[in-house]
Design a protein around this ligand. Sequence first.
Ligand code: NAP
Length: 255
Amino acid sequence: MEARQLAERLAKRSDLVVTLSLAGRTTAPALQPVPVRVGGFGGAQGLADYLLDQKIDVLIDATHPYAATISTNAAAAAPQARVALLALRRPGWTPIMGDRWIEVGDVAGAVQALGNTSRHVFLALGRKEIEPFADAPQHSYLVRSVEAVVPPLNVPHAVYITGRGPFAVADERALLEQHRIEVVVAKNSGGAATYGKIAAARALSLPVILLRRPLPPPHPPPQAGEGGEGAAVETVDDAVAWLDHASACAAARGV
Ligand SMILES: NC(=O)c1ccc[n+]([C@@H]2O[C@H](COP(=O)([O-])OP(=O)(O)OC[C@H]3O[C@@H](n4cnc5c(N)ncnc54)[C@H](OP(=O)(O)O)[C@@H]3O)[C@@H](O)[C@H]2O)c1
């Protein structure tokens, strides 16, 4: 989400050449305002090679908060390629009055937290993450994913819908009511686009089983003289400001 918003802001700039990298998880990705490359780099070394080969000056890690591997690879590859690194990480949600959150470490923990008694469950997870719920066939699942779930989950009661945010609170509430949902399972993605289900669950006093965020990788130290002003910011505005500052420093050094 932020990656696209940042790309929109940077696409208008004549002083920058921007490439957006996608993992290639979706068969019909949203149109992007800048040139896109798709697919893995081949680990941290592959990413470092790409940065050097393409003569990249700045790497912005604006990936999803749960995409921990590519963030770790970025933190390793940037210093290796002597490229400045900025991490754009939107903050996670925090509970407010009325929220009934059960935080778990991973998907297996979420399956456990559902318990043995049959429940109507809303799974708002990636289609590649839901497989472990086949171990709990006693529940009835409503599964929402960006892409269709193929093959379907091996359980007797499951309904599948596809959708890409943003999702409005009123629509999320109607969905939960229509499917008589008793518990929501989700990631703590942060941001407004997918918060609707959290607010709707609160309004209906439903529990939410939230997968805890993976820890971000330690940031590489700044690299003197190389524009390696490594940093982490939380908003697109701050990312643009950081980039402006890094560009000004590079210009002052005659780079
Ligand atoms: N990645 C995303 O864009 C994305 C978007 C939404 C949600 N998520 C969530 O994040 C979790 C893990 O997802 P994941 O497997 O995609 O991420 P991941 O575990 O961080 O990445 C796995 C591998 O995918 C490749 N990759 C990931 N992001 C890439 C990018 N922007 N450009 C090029 N290659 C990329 C890398 O392959 P190489 O090692 O070969 O370079 C990376 O090692 C899931 O919960 C998923 O739902 C991810």
